[in-house]
Design a protein around this ligand. Structure first.
Ligand code: 4AD
Ligand code: MG
Length: 430
């Protein structure tokens, strides 16, 4: 019977065949241990010389790394392994013999691994990270669908810039100029006026010349937009969503977190409500912590965010940033008009901002004023202004960066390991 490594747990004591690749092996004169992988997981195959024919043992001893195989044998329990079972191999059919696989078990430099990303994805660590990414995606759809959101897919080719004009990828749209989407927000606002609560999940492009462990040129963003929600209501959705995602990974990716050596005690603490601190208080706190250089009105850098995050066990919302360092569409804070009704959610353990969100301006005159101040091309925002002409309501929304969230939950240092084929400054290959 044909099965997979994952499904083999339902076949203890039975003889099965699994299509697999040889990940690694160890052998002595009498026994060979094959580390097999098949996409669903990693499993040990044990080949005992005295129990197989001569050819099979010779094959087992000589198979090369990443050769593709059909392996047949009996599944037996094995409490020493993370998986809980292994295969007593009876026969091996080689499908294709691989020679000189570039990624050997020794250590390789990051650039080398990135050049071989198409093969690096096969490694145990990368496999675990992608499985966690997959679980976060699954839990995202589950959360939004269970809480009454409608999925809306905003366009990727756009004529307007939601997050400022300096980080746009230009392209030609026949005779017109177009930009790759930086955020679906403006279109989601239109959709929220049609469907109430909406979300999107799609690729986002930022032509930002940042080379940090948190920046990708292309990343995936989950955005929520809710009609009749004020900013405080939106924060509640955000903390519930993030909690749901973390708890789902803890529940469904136990093995992957173990492979990654993730300290799960920190993730277990993630429960609503998350702490909130205003930008003003954050500035005070940073000054107390010895950041003498930071002045009111400046944006926070990674060290500032980390210092604030370290003060808490949970993700923390920094609220009410100065108007002048945020995009044009944010609703002024009625208690201090120099600030806006917004929040960034900062992940624990130095992973930085994972969500940006705000209440949106719903007054037509004010929005027109802001579009002018920001020197945006009014024509291309006409549809956006229509939303304030025809039944404008208070509304709020947010965007969560998938890769930064994967990095935090998996505990990997750099976002480049959280996207299957990351687009980075100076990297478009493979
Ligand atoms: O804070 P940002 O720029 O917010 C927006 O785009 C809003 N329009 C979202 C909304 O309100 N609907 O981006 C949101 C999140 C960030 O918090 C971060 O997690 C992620 O997107 N992000 C990046 N991730 C990887 N690489 C980059 N260069 C990123 N830029 C933003
Ligand atoms: Mg932001």
């Amino acid at each position: 019977m044909k099965t997979t490594i994952k499904e083999a747990k339902n076949h203890i004591g039975q003889e099965v065949t699994i299509g697999a690749w040889l990940h690694n092996k160890r052998s002595s004169g009498k026994i060979a241990f094959l580390q097999l992988r098949d996409g669903t997981g990693f499993m040990q195959g044990v080949v005992v010389k005295s129990e197989v024919d001569e050819d099979t043992f010779a094959t087992a001893k000589n198979i090369t790394q990443e050769s593709s195989l059909y392996v047949t044998g009996t599944i037996t329990e094995d409490n020493r392994s993370d998986l809980g079972y292994e295969m007593q191999v009876k026969s091996i059919d080689i499908i294709q013999e691989a020679h000189d696989y570039p990624i050997t078990p020794k250590n390789h430099g990051t650039e080398f691994l990135m050049d071989h990303r198409h093969l690096w994805l096969r490694s145990k660590k990368q496999h675990a990270v992608m499985k966690i990414r997959n679980e976060i995606i699954r839990a995202t759809y589950e959360f939004f669908h269970e809480t009454g959101f409608v999925k809306i897919d905003p366009p990727i080719l756009t004529a307007s810039a939601p997050e400022g004009t300096s980080e746009l990828f230009h392209t030609k749209y026949f005779d017109e100029d177009a930009f790759l989407s930086q955020s679906g927000q403006l279109y989601l606002e239109a959709a929220a006026m049609a469907y109430g609560k909406v979300f999107s999940f799609g690729p986002t492009f930022r032509a930002e010349k940042s080379k940090t462990r948190r920046h990708l040129i292309e990343f995936w963003m989950i955005e929520g937009e809710m009609a009749f929600y004020e900013h405080a209501d939106s924060l509640e959705v955000q903390e519930q969503y993030v909690t749901h995602v973390v708890q789902s990974v803890l529940k469904n990716c136990e093995l992957e977190l173990k492979i990654l050596d993730r300290d799960t005690s920190k993730l277990e603490k993630v429960k609503t409500p998350f702490p909130r601190i205003t930008y003003d208080d954050a500035i005070e706190y940073l000054k107390e912590q010895g950041f003498d250089d930071i002045e009111w009105g400046e944006d926070f850098g990674a060290p500032h965010e980390t210092a604030i995050a370290n003060h808490y066990d949970l993700p923390v919302f920094i609220t009410n940033y100065p108007t002048k360092i945020k995009p044009f569409y944010m609703q002024p804070n009625p208690e201090n008009e120099d600030t806006v009704l917004c929040a960034d959610l900062i992940a624990p353990e130095g992973y930085g901002e994972i969500i940006g969100g705000s209440e949106r301006i719903n007054d037509l005159d004010l929005l027109e004023e802001r579009i002018e101040e920001h020197q945006l091309d009014r024509e291309s925002y006409n549809y956006y202004l229509d939303l304030r002409r025809y039944g404008s309501v208070p509304h709020s929304g947010f965007g969560l960066g998938l890769e930064r969230t994967v990095a935090w939950i998996s505990g990997v240092e750099h976002v480049r390991e959280t996207a299957p084929f990351p687009r980075l400054l100076n990297r478009l290959y493979p």
